[in-house]
Design a binder for this molecule. Structure first.
Ligand SMILES: [Zn+2]
Length: 446
């Protein structure tokens, strides 16, 4: 039995639209044992100065794409030209480089308050598509990387069988492919879970998984009560190709094959068409928006409010890691909606924080994370209020200040599952995170 640890936060968000003051949080092992608000700091409790939040969940990540940051902004181009740049990096990933890059990226996430990552993993095999001796070498590298960076992971092993509808895999895509959905499922079933790592399923997209294979992947996830994630309608061209081939929208096709529902998470959902908003909402499928990537790739602005009103929980991810900052993702949901509608005030700060935390954890298969309450996983994130960004924040609107003005750099303290991962703004397990990132990026791009 681990000795209880006590933290005393001068402000903490316990749910609702305001923060509480003087909050004692007692931890036993990896769980919160008790939370008491409005109390004096007891002797022996460690102080957390600022606003303490539950741990954030980065629901959609492709760790290796961090290597593309800043390198794809030439004149012209589109999602599809960016994809060629991405394939060039994907083709250079070897197990050691993959691990080093993922570990550094997950450390960057920890510094920004992320307690759990959903790694949507599709580079499975060696160059030319030749499997490694252990065919899950790269997936396991991500699990090890998260553990070594101090955060939890849900490895969403992606089925990726085709280069497009009725198009064979080619080039770098050969590394993504399994023979069929059954072969994918047999491989993914060999991935091992740990107390800090879950395994889930992913359908890369309706472009990459033929219709007659979708139900196999959906069934694999259902049989294991595992999360099932899928890229959905990120581009209008995907809708057009799906309609031309199947006479259905991507969401309709997924729904018909059992791939929507409370365990499912549709990533992007930027261009739902026809009755898709109601279909996604009625099925209680989580929608994961990745606003900084969606703007980076010129995808468009997804109808987040309409999807949520229809019933879809909202989660958030930094996807390509053009930016790793869940506060930026959260406020972008509201601010993009303002640009699209000419109106303000679509989302409350508390709703956006819920998306960045509890909703994401739930979509990753950790329903007992993302809340500061007894019994929950002991994940704490303290945002300092002493930076130029937050100095002068009003006590009555601290939640709004955090959502609309904080950055990942304001995160001072992070506890994940009871373990101190960030202390005083520094990673407690990895000394030089920028150095680790620089070396890992250079290894796959130089
Ligand atoms: Zn993605």
């Amino acid at each position: 039995m681990t000795a209880p640890t006590a933290y005393w936060a001068d402000h903490a968000w316990l749910g609702g639209d305001a923060v509480s003051t003087g909050v004692l949080i007692e931890i036993e092992g990896d769980r919160i044992a008790a939370v008491h608000a409005g109390v004096e700091r007891p002797a022996g409790a460690e102080g957390l100065r600022g606003v303490t939040l539950p741990g954030l969940a980065n629901t959609h990540s492709h760790a290796f794409q961090r290597a593309l940051r800043g390198r794809t902004h030439r004149a012209g181009g589109s999602f599809w030209t960016w994809r060629e740049d991405m394939y060039a990096v994907a083709d250079r990933l070897e197990p050691d480089a993959c691990y080093a890059l993922a570990r550094a990226v997950y450390a960057e996430m920890a510094l920004a308050g992320v307690a759990c990552v959903g790694e949507f993993h599709y580079v499975h095999h060696g160059p030319g598509g030749i499997p490694y001796a252990d065919p899950n070498t790269l997936g396991e590298a991500h699990i090890a990387a998260a553990e070594d960076a101090g955060i939890r992971i849900t490895l969403l092993d992606a089925c990726y069988l085709a280069g497009g509808i009725d198009t064979a895999l080619q080039g770098a895509q050969l590394r993504f492919g399994d023979a069929d959905a059954d072969a994918w499922g047999a491989r993914a079933a060999a991935l091992r879970e740990t107390p800090v790592a879950r395994v889930g399923a992913a359908i890369h997209s309706v472009r990459a998984v033929p219709a007659d294979q979708l139900a196999t992947v959906a069934g694999w996830a259902r049989d294991r009560a595992a999360p099932l994630h899928v890229h959905l309608s990120e581009q209008v061209a995907e809708n057009e190709a799906c309609l031309a081939a199947y006479g259905r929208t991507p969401a309709q096709l997924l729904d018909e094959h059992g791939a929507l529902g409370p365990h499912a998470c549709a990533v992007h959902a930027t261009h739902p068409a026809g009755g898709d908003v109601a279909r996604i909402g009625d099925s209680l499928t989580t929608v994961c928006l990745c606003p900084t990537t969606e703007r980076d790739l010129a995808d468009g602005i997804g109808p987040a409010r309409a999807l949520a009103t229809a019933g879809a929980p909202l989660a958030l991810g930094s996807d390509s890691h053009a930016v790793v900052d869940l506060f930026e993702e959260a406020r972008a949901v509201e601010l993009d909606e303002r640009l699209a509608t000419g109106l303000r005030g679509h989302w409350r700060a508390a709703e956006l924080l819920h998306a960045a935390g509890a909703a994401g954890h739930a979509a990753l298969g950790w329903p007992d994370a993302g809340r500061l309450e007894a019994g929950a996983l002991a994940d704490l994130v303290t945002v300092g209020l002493d930076s130029v960004r937050l100095a002068g924040a009003q006590p009555t609107t601290l939640l709004e200040s955090v959502v609309f003005a904080a950055g990942g750099a304001d995160v001072r303290e992070v506890v994940v599952g009871g373990r101190r991962v960030v202390a005083g703004g520094r990673h407690a397990l990895i000394d030089d995170v920028p150095g680790a990132l620089a070396a890992a990026v250079t290894a796959v791009t130089a």
